[in-house]
Design a protein around this ligand. Structure first.
Ligand SMILES: [Zn+2]
Length: 380
């Protein structure tokens, strides 16, 4: 029995169109979750994040436990109130950031001790403490505490890491306080080894989670290995629960994963790229720092509904990024998130209409076109 209600209304091949009902509102799937690491989607007001079409945002346990502290967020009324986002929030467990950001970490059977990347202070995360922190934050969806398996990795090391994560998944389940409309997701590990992924799925479904995430991908293995892993693992995942591919990805990665039955995504790409002058458009990526845009009065993406595209020229966006003006980060982040959310809405509509294959063919054809030609006489 899940405390989250997940209803799939349409299928097209392996792709699913669904609605996940939570205590903080509905999540239309396939869904893209903007990353709000430190209780903010960088450069965006929450109302503007919502305006892009996001139903849910992600926040990071690791960052928030270090600053401002989970107990403080709880005293201040929880994360929704603290960051002025009343809709669903998914928190990661902290496992991934401990491995990628912290210093002097020491892993043992019970958890991991590490030093903060901010001030060097010592902290400890265990499955029980991670679940407690996510409870204090009032996360709508809590993630089980796991070890994100490194890449590249031998099958023996991947097995050892995955089995530790499965023992931690059991402890996460026992520590989680079940409430209506709140959920706990388990994380499938096993790197790119089909037998290990199968073992991990069996262990997690035996414990029983409200949703199942696929971890340990998008760590440098490349799209072919990622899709290959999805091809073998997705058919084994429980059909009636949401499936979340962590940390993915580029627009083409998301489209390919939706085709393979993934329901939820998160990635820093649209927000991080928005802060480095990289725009995602219907015709592929555009670097607004390029001098070809300096006299170009055309919009970044003619078909886009976002403020950056409706109210400003490429020339102005180019000027903002070259001058390192804050408005440039805001406009481009907003554009990239709008593009991602419109892509998700397009995928949902295509699954409903049963014409996903045609939608994907048009997406690929448009992306392959590349950006509109530079103005005559403009240097590339
Ligand atoms: Zn736009």
């Amino acid at each position: 029995m899940s405390t989250l209600n997940f209803a799939i209304s349409h299928r097209d091949g392996a792709a699913r169109r669904g609605v996940l009902q939570t205590a903080h509102g509905a999540i239309n799937t396939p869904a893209f979750m903007p990353v709000g690491t430190a209780a903010t989607v960088k450069a965006m007001r929450p109302e503007d994040v919502r305006e892009t079409g996001a139903d849910i945002v992600l926040a990071n346990t690791y960052h928030l436990m270090l600053r401002p502290g989970a107990e403080r967020v709880a005293r201040l009324g929880g994360l929704h109130k603290f960051m002025n986002w009343e809709r669903p929030i998914l928190t990661d467990s902290g496992g991934y950031q401990v491995m990628s950001l912290s210093k002097l970490r020491k892993l043992d059977e019970s958890g991991v001790t590490f030093r903060s990347h901010i001030d060097g202070s010592e902290h400890r995360l265990t499955p029980e403490r991670s679940i407690e922190i996510q409870h204090l934050l009032d996360a709508t969806i809590t993630m089980a505490f796991d070890e994100c398996t490194a890449w590249p990795v031998s099958e023996a090391d991947a097995a050892k890491s995955m089995r530790l994560s499965m023992r931690w998944a059991q402890r996460s389940r026992e520590a989680f306080k079940q409430r209506g409309g709140y959920g706990l997701f388990g994380i499938v590990q096993g790197s790119v080894f089909p037998a290990l992924r199968a073992e991990s799925i069996a262990a997690l479904t035996n414990i029983d989670f409200d949703g199942y995430a696929i971890g340990g991908l998008a760590v440098g293995e490349g799209q072919e290995l990622m899709f290959g892993t999805l091809d073998t693992t997705m058919p084994q995942m429980p059909a009636d629960r949401p499936r979340y591919l962590m940390g993915v990805g580029k627009p083409a990665d998301i489209v390919g994963a939706v085709l393979r039955g993934v329901d939820m995504f998160d990635c820093v790409l649209p927000t991080r790229s928005g802060r480095t002058a990289q725009a995602f458009t219907r015709r592929g990526t555009v670097n607004l720092r390029n001098a070809r845009h300096q006299d170009d009065q055309r919009p970044l993406d003619e078909a886009c509904r976002c403020p950056a595209c409706r109210q400003y020229s490429r020339a102005y966006l180019h000027h903002l990024t070259r001058s390192e003006e804050v408005l440039g980060l805001m406009l481009l982040t907003g554009h990239n998130l709008t593009y991602y959310q419109d892509l998700m809405a397009g995928l949902r509509g295509a699954i409903e209409a049963g014409n996903l294959a045609a939608f994907v063919a048009a997406f690929e054809q448009q992306q392959a076109q590349g950006d509109i030609a530079a103005l005559a006489g403009t240097e590339e």
